[in-house]
Write a protein that binds this ligand. Structure first.
Ligand SMILES: [Fe+2]
Ligand SMILES: [Fe+2]
Length: 261
């Protein structure tokens, strides 16, 4: 079974990359299941029901997210309508939405997707490691194929999560930094891993935002209003081959290419 994991979809440019090219990519890699991080899909900040529906219509099975999921309050009622949009699971228990779902996939076995968020240099939400311990056995009762999006800032926290979950899930991929890491690997317990998938969006930018305003923020130490950049659209992600009977990962291939439109 081949699973395509797509790095943070950034605004209109990110959505267009998928609209124009996802079907071909899924065909090229014989993809059975697709997951994309969509926390920046609506104008760079958050996700609206419209952008969620648009992305799901491109044959994406589950949308994960992260710290930006609360930027657009209109997404909150949508959590009740669609099981396929996740927020990080380790937000406090009464938060709207859910961070884990099991959905049917094209290759015999259903796929569980778990979205977690890190705490190093981020908000102090509940422990993502203990949250994983609690929910993974429940997911594994339904399917051996478990995909984890760990939305986190710190490389070490992401590597630690990969090692902590090694042998218990099929793949752990990091998101949030928008810069793809070149450390894709098969961990000893046959869990696929990459520290960050990168960003599907405009790379002539500072993590997806226009350069001038982003630099001004650092120079002037004030919250300059930023808008999404446009240039150098690139697709970033990871293809993961999984044995659907055991849930073990057989191989990972990093994907990173330029798109022109
Ligand atoms: Fe992001
Ligand atoms: Fe993020």
């Amino acid at each position: 079974m081949n699973i395509l994991c797509i790095g943070d979809v950034m605004g209109r440019v990110g959505r267009r990359i998928l609209r124009d090219g996802l079907a071909e990519l899924q065909k090229k890699y014989s993809i059975h299941f697709t997951v994309a991080n969509a926390e920046n899909a609506a104008g760079g900040f958050g996700l609206t029901p419209e952008t969620a529906r648009e992305l799901l219509s491109y044959n994406i099975d589950v949308l994960t997210s992260g710290n930006h999921i609360w930027d657009r309050q209109v997404i909150i009622p949508y959590f009740e309508q669609s099981q396929r949009v996740l927020r990080p699971h380790n937000f406090p228990p009464d938060s709207p939405g859910t961070g884990a779902v099991v959905v049917p996939a094209g290759a015999g076995r259903p796929v569980a997707v778990l979205n977690l968020q890190g705490r190093a240099f981020m908000q102090n939400i509940d422990c993502p490691f203990r949250a994983a311990d609690e929910v993974i056995p429940q997911l594994r009762e339904e399917t051996p194929v478990v995909v984890v999006d760990f939305h986190a800032e710190a490389t070490a926290e992401k590597l630690a999560m990969g090692r902590y979950l090694d042998g218990r899930v099929s793949v752990v991929f990091g998101t949030h930094t928008h810069v793809q890491t070149a450390d894709e690997q098969l961990l000893p317990g046959l869990t696929g891993y990459i520290t960050d998938l990168g960003m599907t969006g405009p790379h002539d930018s500072v993590i997806g935002m226009e350069v001038e305003g982003s630099v001004a923020r650092f120079l002037q130490q004030r919250p300059v209003r930023l808008s999404p950049a446009k240039g150098n659209p690139r697709f970033n992600g990871l293809v993961v081959e999984i044995d659907a009977d055991s849930g073990k990962c057989l191989g990972v291939e990093r994907v990173n290419f330029a798109v022109s439109f």
